[in-house]
Design a protein around this ligand. Sequence first.
Ligand code: ADP
Ligand code: MG
Length: 434
Amino acid sequence: MVRKSISATDQTRLRIEKMEADREERRRRQEAMRIERAAEEKRNVAQVNPGDVDFIGLVRQWREEHSGLARSHTEGSGGLSEDKICVCVRKRPLNEKERKKRDHDAVTCLHPTATVHSAKLRVDGISKYLDHHSFRFDHAFDEETTTEEVYRCTAKPLVDWVCGGRGARATVFAYGQTGSGKTYTMGRIQQMVAADNALSAHPIFTCADDIFETLSDNTLFGDEGCSLENATCSIAIFEIYGGRIQDLLNNRNRLKVLEDGKGEVIISGLEEFEATNPKQFLAMIEKGHTNRTTHATEANDVSSRSHAICQILFRDKNNGKLKGKLSLVDLAGSERGNDTKSHNRQRRTESAEINTSLLALKECIRAIDGKSQHVPYRQSKLTLILKDCFVSRNAKTAMIATLSPGSSSSDHTLNTLRYADRIKENVVGDDFGK
Ligand code: ADP
Ligand code: MG
């Protein structure tokens, strides 16, 4: 009797064990299939990568069929006149390095749509086709668009808005994979010391001129607006790297960010330098950039893992009260958020932090437009510092997502487009909205 009862228990136990073993085996098989599929996908991509003329032909054909759809940037709506958020993309031209690797151009910007053409092979391993992923934005700037044009549609309306005073806040972000053109677009010094025409096209350069031009013309906004008579213009530049905040205009001094009892965020120790003309302004931008890049070379490309923030502040000459603030933000490389598997522990922590800050940023920007109720600005130093740019009713934002054209960057480019798209959600679908 006793023996029977033991054997019944054993049987149950054995059945459970078998079920678990089966489940384990199923999991193992599924995982093996997943790895196999991923490897297969990779093999296909590897096969199609360098300079495949068929794919180049397919992209060309798609462009010929769709070229008529491009609109001019002055047409239609989109932009900051009515909206609080402007989301746009900018594709840079294919560069020498990519050409050498025989990478082909797999991105098409036909304003207001950006399309990634992903090269695919059917399972037979012979038939080639393209998957087209299209997204619509407020602006899609192609590789031929000048930085002046990008500036005119994105930062310029914000400069005017901030110079209007009334405590206005405006932020311009450059978001994208490392090497996609964030620093180029946000206007760092490399371009200033480069060719003259690049210099004159520099957004911050133009921005500085514009600010002083707008300020001298104090009839524009009446008493409330900022003018050279009633307001000072100062600049602060700092960097957030691995959770540390450092002043780029003041010997990389460590800064602390605090939220006071009234909910106001203070960056303690941050120096603001007053500028009274564009020349001084540019000298400071140059200094900030030099400090960032020197450090970057020493510590192995820190710039792709740090957010650089340049703030232009207008204060009332009498009481120092903030009348307006424009923040120009060159974000850390978006691919950094994903590389949590690689490198050493420090790199992984940095990547996780970048990931958190970029995800929080997306939600915070969505909140400006009322698309999200939740403003998770405390989740990262970046969003905490920019709190007033998200919660203030007087806040406007432009996001410039920069795109590398090469087919080998397609996955990152798609991630960038999806991120930008989530901010305003104007998806067209995979068939160009047909
Ligand atoms: P990121 O800051 O995103 O890492 P960079 O701004 O440093 O990328 O750009 C990478 C390279 O591509 C630089 O050599 C830059 O001069 C070049 N580049 C970027 N955008 C453009 C553009 N729109 N036109 C021409 N060259 C560009
Ligand atoms: Mg950069």
